[in-house]
Structures are given as C-alpha cells and as structure tokens.
Design a protein around this ligand. Structure first.
Ligand SMILES: Nc1ncnc2c1ncn2[C@@H]1O[C@H](COP(=O)(O)OP(=O)(O)O)[C@@H](O)[C@H]1O
Ligand SMILES: [Mg+2]
Length: 228
C-alpha cells in the first residue's frame, strides 16, 4: 500500500520567483524508512512540507493513503494531518508556555480524545522517549536533545501513519543526534512510515532508501542494502 504517491509535483514561489520543485514523481510505501538529502536550497523542506500537507503544490497530484489531496476540503485535510501525519522540525518548536506534558498531550486534544485516554497515551509516550520524570518541566528547562525528544513525542503521540522530520538532528551534537535518530527508528520498527531530511551522509546510510534532490528534481533514488 502506498502511503505517498506524487505525480509530477511542481512548486513555484512567487516571492523571489523561485521554482523550488520541478517535476517530482515518487511513491513511498507503508513502513518504509526513507532519507531525503541534497544541498541547501534543493527543495527538501518544500517537498516535506507538501508531503505533510503544510503546503500545496503549484502543479501535479499528491495522493495520501490513496486519497487525492486536492479533492479534500480544508476540514478533511486538517483532520488527515492531525490524525495521520507527525511532523518534527529542526528547531523543535515547542509551545514555550506549556509544560512538557501539555505540549505532548496537545495533538490528542485536537483530535478530541477523551481526557483519561489522553493522559494514558501521553504518559506512555513520555516514558518511551525517556522523559516521563520531566513531564512538569517547561521547555526552556530542557537541553536541546531533550527538547527534540519532546518534539518527537508530540509528533508521534497520536500514532500517525507517517512521520516526517526536517533535519531533526541538525542542531544537536552527533552523539545526541544518533540517540534521536534511534528514537525515530523505533517508531519505524513499529510500522510507521518514516521520512527524514538530512545533510549528514553517514546518517542517511541508516535508511532503507535514499532520495537525492538537486535543483528541485530527484537525481538519485536508491535502495540501501544494509548488512545488518
Ligand atoms: N516560503 C518561501 N518563499 C519563497 N521562496 C522559498 C520559500 N521557501 C523556500 N523557498 C525557496 O525555494 C528553494 C528551495 O528551498 P527549500 O525547500 O527550503 O530547500 P532545502 O530545504 O533543500 O534547503 C530555495 O531557493 C528557497 O529560497
Ligand atoms: Mg530545508
């Protein structure tokens, strides 16, 4: 089953007159572990934002889980995002005035989960990312690695089909970066589709598939045969 199917996607930004994506066709099947790499400005974030329904293509079609995203109403689209897509950004973006627990719980409130189930699920995921003890801390009382763990917890708490991460380890030291990557991988092992943008070629080697972008086009798409 294809989670993602892109047909000839183009993205044009009027501001700056930039063609960020120039004909991207791509399918990603359920449970895949994919890296997207390429130089700065090659269109990686634009592509990920489109995959995450945070932005729309100028041309082309995007099917998410078999649904043509163009045919969805605004409401259907935001429901889809809230339930099935978890997004992790490079700069973490936690809500500064909410404590750790509330930051992680928020997506569950948005999908209308019952408070008791919400609490249970939030506690489960905080345990999983190893930060249950710090659940009443405020975001500014956490280290970079801890903050990113919380951002990941928040992205995965609703158990989304698709996890998208835009350079999630870009602002972390390499040891913490590997820990964060292992955490993301643990959700892939549970069957979630995982797509990560990285600048780091060593990190990309951990994936099952590496897609290289250059000037808004896919220039390479290889299966990565690991010996482990
Ligand atoms: N919101 C935007 N408005 C105008 N131009 C943009 C916007 N976002 C990205 N771009 C441009 O689109 C191109 C691709 O950017 P981006 O997708 O961020 O690349 P990458 O993530 O690979 O560095 C760049 O030339 C960038 O300047
Ligand atoms: Mg980027």
């Amino acid at each position: 089953m294809c989670v993602i199917k892109l047909i000839d996607i183009e993205k044009y930004y009027k501001t700056g007159n930039v063609k960020a994506l120039r004909g991207i066709s791509l399918t990603i099947t359920e449970g895949e572990y994919v890296y997207i790499k390429g130089p700065s400005g090659s269109g990686k974030s634009t592509l990920l934002h489109i995959l995450g329904l945070l932005d729309v293509p100028t041309k082309g079609r995007y099917f998410f889980d078999g649904l043509d995203t163009k045919s969805l109403s605004k409401k259907q689209k935001s429901r889809l995002m809230r339930r099935h897509i978890g997004f992790v950004f490079q700069n973490f973006y936690l809500f500064p005035y909410l404590n750790v627990f509330k930051n992680v719980e928020l997506p569950l409130s948005l999908i209308g989960m019952h408070p008791k189930d919400r609490k249970e699920r939030t506690e489960y995921i905080l345990n999983k990312v190893g930060l249950y003890e710090k659940r009443y801390r405020m975001p500014n009382e956490l280290s970079g690695g801890e903050t990113q763990r919380i951002a990941i917890a928040r992205a995965v708490v609703k158990s989304p089909k698709l996890i998208l991460a835009d350079e999630p380890t870009g602002n972390l030291d390499s040891k913490t970066g590997i820990k964060i990557t292992e955490l993301l991988e643990s959700f892939n092992k549970e069957g979630k589709t995982l797509v990560i943008i990285t600048h780091n070629p060593t990190l990309a080697q951990r994936g099952e598939r590496i897609i290289s972008l250059l000037d808004g086009k896919i220039v390479k798409d290889t299966k990565n045969h690991k010996d482990i």
